[in-house]
Write a protein that binds this ligand. Structure first.
Ligand SMILES: O=C(O)C(=O)C[C@H](O)C(=O)CO
Ligand SMILES: [Zn+2]
Length: 276
């Protein structure tokens, strides 16, 4: 798996577009028949994508983690963004349709990803953080996730946040995970922007057409930069960075957080006068 180190925000001011992309953008998580992962030193979060085709894909990277199995010291949240799939957890089968989420806790030894129909494969996106105790493995379909309506048509940010793994939903050690869907003709998320220096965040943008793009805004509020993001690409958002997006049309994204606290509403809003 690829390793990404952390960045001092003062150094980031000097970065070229290429350097910015190599530090923060994950361009190729989803490749048919493969699993690809990025290990970030921000809260030691692993972000991955798996597309099983004719054979299952095993969640493992002993070489990088130097543990006997992936979840020996970790927990993971998985969302299927493709066709129907299955996840086997130590012999137990969980069927995941598009937008279903599965939480798998510390201590589960074997996790494998399968497609129901290899010609129309499932696409599993996952985010894993360090864990100190076992919470039960649990599946939650989007219908059972906690919906929060935000934004308005007049501000082009009418959207619903679905919270899956969080304080009042599926329990975990530190991982929080959910999905935000923008209504048609809406293309902004999280503006005014916010920070939470206590937690890092990972964004996966998907459900975009081939030529559609999201301009992901990042950086300290007074030093913003952008990443041009394609369908099924993910962004590492450092704790000191705003994280906001505007698309060429509406899009969907999965957000995941890990760090100091477990409080979704712990956000420091950025005053519009401070954004530069
Ligand atoms: O639509 C949104 O706004 C979000 O989904 C915001 C993220 O969940 C977030 O940044 C949480 O801190
Ligand atoms: Zn946030």
């Amino acid at each position: 798996m690829e390793i990404r180190h952390t960045t001092n925000p003062t150094d980031m001011r000097q970065y070229t577009t290429e350097r910015l992309r190599s530090e923060f953008l994950m361009e190729s998580l989803f490749v048919a028949g493969e699993m690809n992962m990025v290990y970030s030193h921000y809260d030691r979060v692993v972000t991955g994508g798996a597309i099983p085709t004719s054979s299952p894909v095993l969640l493992e990277d002993k070489e990088t983690l130097k543990t006997d199995y992936f979840l020996e010291r970790r927990e993971v949240g998985i969302i299927n963004i493709g066709a129907n799939g299955k996840v086997m957890v130590d012999g137990e089968e969980y069927t995941l349709a598009k937008r279903d989420c599965l939480y798998v806790g510390l201590g589960n030894k074997e996790v494998t990803f399968h497609s129901v129909d290899p010609s129309e494969p499932a696409k599993f996106y996952f985010v894993s953080s360090l864990a100190h105790k076992n919470y039960p493995t649990k599946k939650i379909p989007i219908e059972d996730a906690t919906p929060i309506k935000l934004g308005s048509d007049s501000q082009s940010n009418n959207r619903t946040i679905y919270q899956y793994i969080h304080n009042d939903g599926i329990q975990s050690c530190q991982l929080m995970l959910g999905m935000t869907l923008l209504e048609p003709n809406n293309m902004w998320n999280t503006m005014p922007a916010h920070l939470h220096d206590r937690r890092m965040e990972v964004y996966l943008y998907f459900d975009l057409d081939q030529d559609a793009r999201v301009f992901h805004l990042m950086g300290e509020p007074s030093e913003t930069r952008h990443l041009v993001v394609k369908n099924e690409q993910a962004v590492l958002s450092p704790p000191w960075s705003i994280h906001s997006g505007v698309g060429t049309n509406n899009y969907t994204f999965i957000w995941a957080m890990a760090g100091e606290n477990y409080t979704f509403t712990d956000q420091d809003p950025v005053n519009m006068n401070d954004l530069k």
